[in-house]
Design a protein around this ligand. Structure first.
Ligand code: CTP
Ligand code: MG
Length: 226
């Protein structure tokens, strides 16, 4: 299957402070077994022969990254993150262009805080989207019944669950289109929480690729408890 996947670049936003995790360091540097969370996250991409290069977006004050063995991996470039996740990703995309990435090249954006991406999901995303005109994202159909809340914290309705998906990462788009969409959406003051929402804002309809539910984003302390 690897032979049929396209070459790709990767941007890893990792400039967050992890406030909800309430730890003594940004959550991407918490240990998962012997190694930090971000090292597990990077593994899945570094194992792929199609990887063209990878940019990690970090806080300028980050003193943790340089202590990791992967900090000297020649395929990885460090760049500054920004105020919000979308600002960090946009910086990463600019850096990719400086590294020689072309407007038509595929870019995968993946949260540093998702260390459990399965190789089968990564290969599925690449294979299903390689000929797509827009691109798309890994996502999971919602499992629980959804409730719409009113201002008093009471249920106002129960929406049709079959129409709703949870957006995961990686999200896969072409560099030029994603850079324009994110730049324009941020300049217009739109609220952008993932790459797909920037592409939607620009009028595109990203494809949903069903992924595994265990590709979770480590967010709260209970997410790391055994
Ligand atoms: N991120 C980033 N730049 C920011 C904010 C977040 O690169 N300005 C990254 C985080 O490091 C993380 C990913 O975006 O890998 C998803 O964000 P989130 O889970 O919200 O992480 P944090 O912002 O670190 O956590 P919190 O919101 O609890 O502070
Ligand atoms: Mg955050």
């Amino acid at each position: 299957m690897t032979d049929t996947t396209p070459p790709f670049w990767v941007v890893i936003p990792a400039a967050g402070v992890g406030s909800r995790m309430q730890a003594d360091r940004p959550k991407q540097y918490l240990k998962l077994g012997q190694r930090s969370l971000i090292e597990h996250t990077l593994d899945c991409f570094l194992d792929q022969p199609g990887l063209l290069g990878l940019v990690v977006c970090l806080s300028p004050e980050d003193g943790w990254w340089s202590q990791l063995p992967c900090a000297v991996d020649p395929r990885i470039t460090r760049t500054d993150g920004g105020r919000e996740r979308a600002d960090s990703v946009l910086n990463g995309l600019h850096r990719l262009a400086e590294l020689g990435a072309a407007a038509d090249d595929w870019v995968l954006v993946h949260d540093a805080a998702r260390p459990n991406l399965a190789e089968s999901d990564l290969l599925k995303l690449l294979a299903q989207l390689q000929d797509d005109p827009v691109g798309g994202l890994l996502a999971v159909p919602v499992r629980d019944t959804l409730k719409l809340a009113d201002a008093d914290g009471r249920v106002s309705s129960t929406p049709d669950r079959s129409l709703y998906w949870q957006a995961y990462t990686p999200q896969m788009f072409r560099l030029g289109a994603l850079r324009s969409a994110l730049g324009d959406a941020l300049a217009a003051g739109a609220v952008i929480t993932d790459e797909s929402s920037a592409m939607e804002w620009a009028g595109h309809r990203p494809r949903l690729v069903e992924g595994r539910a265990d590709n979770i984003k480590i967010t709260r302390p209970e997410d790391l408890r055994p």
